[in-house]
Design a protein around this ligand. Sequence first.
Ligand SMILES: NC(=O)c1ccc[n+]([C@@H]2O[C@H](COP(=O)([O-])OP(=O)(O)OC[C@H]3O[C@@H](n4cnc5c(N)ncnc54)[C@H](O)[C@@H]3O)[C@@H](O)[C@H]2O)c1
Length: 318
Amino acid sequence: MGKHHVRIYRELPRAELVGVADTDGSVAELAASHDTPFHQDYRELLAQKPELVSIAVPTSLHREVALAALDAGCHLLIEKPISDTLDSATAIIDSAKERELKVFVGHVERFNPAVIALKDVITSGKLGEVHSISNLRVGAYNRRIFDTGIILDLGSHDIDLISYLYGRKAESVFALGAARVHDYEDHAAISLKFAESAAGYIELSWLSPYKVRKMFVVGTEHFGLVDLIQQSLIIYDGKDWVDTGLVQREEPLKLELASLVDAVLNDRPPEVSGEDSLYTIQVALAAIESYVKGEAVHFPEHSAAPAYPAALNANDHK
Ligand SMILES: NC(=O)c1ccc[n+]([C@@H]2O[C@H](COP(=O)([O-])OP(=O)(O)OC[C@H]3O[C@@H](n4cnc5c(N)ncnc54)[C@H](O)[C@@H]3O)[C@@H](O)[C@H]2O)c1
């Protein structure tokens, strides 16, 4: 993931790439190809006090690198999920607050133009009342992912997306999951219950030879279908499938990094904050607990349906 950050920072007119760090020395070639200094120890890079640091190390190392970068006075983009434990995520958020630094979390699907269009369509009421959103995210397992199961790794995208589209937090979760080819769960099915009987369903698998990233949205008036890979949104209006024509295709990571550079330069709040990602891992970890125990996990504190995302209110978007 880090190599994509490097490429895009080089392309963004309002960002200047000041260096790349990786314990793997072969990444020096990547740095050279982008004409930027390489460090095998990230602390050398932090010593230069960059304004903003992207952290794309394995999830279990986010805490160590994030706390060091905050100590060096840097705003952060941490790849999703923010961390693999609530304790680490909270430590990162608290440290950033103490230092008045921003934490952005790379829930990149939020910047997928098909999701942006879907949010508009749902908010405008075109689908009617939405009471079910189902996400299908399957594909082959990549051995590179060694430190988390599929619920934290991929499910965090869908927990975030579904909660964002409903504009509220889940009240309970029930999940099935098991491991066949990985040390942690590599396939799972998650059910989320929201206020007013709205539901979220997430099917995840690393056992599929075929890659699918789709969202099915059931509204009382229309049915929406998003293909996150193709960046398409079509709607069944009761008679025909209609292309909304609302999707302006663009690389989601480019939109994400442009948005965060803008937020740093203009002192705006993050589109996806540390608190938002803390919520997603809270639900993801509860889903893991649910499949292990075979019972639902309830979040009584979410029953008051606080707005989601947590960091923004309507005025922040104006
Ligand atoms: N937003 C997304 O869609 C998305 C997609 C893929 C990965 N990710 C996230 O990005 C993060 C990295 O995933 P990846 O697939 O790129 O993993 P990866 O294994 O391909 O890359 C991780 C890199 O970190 C380096 N590294 C390890 N320890 C380090 C240290 N102490 N200091 C500096 N570098 C170190 C490794 O050498 C490697 O080059 C994970 O948190 C993952 O969840 C997000």
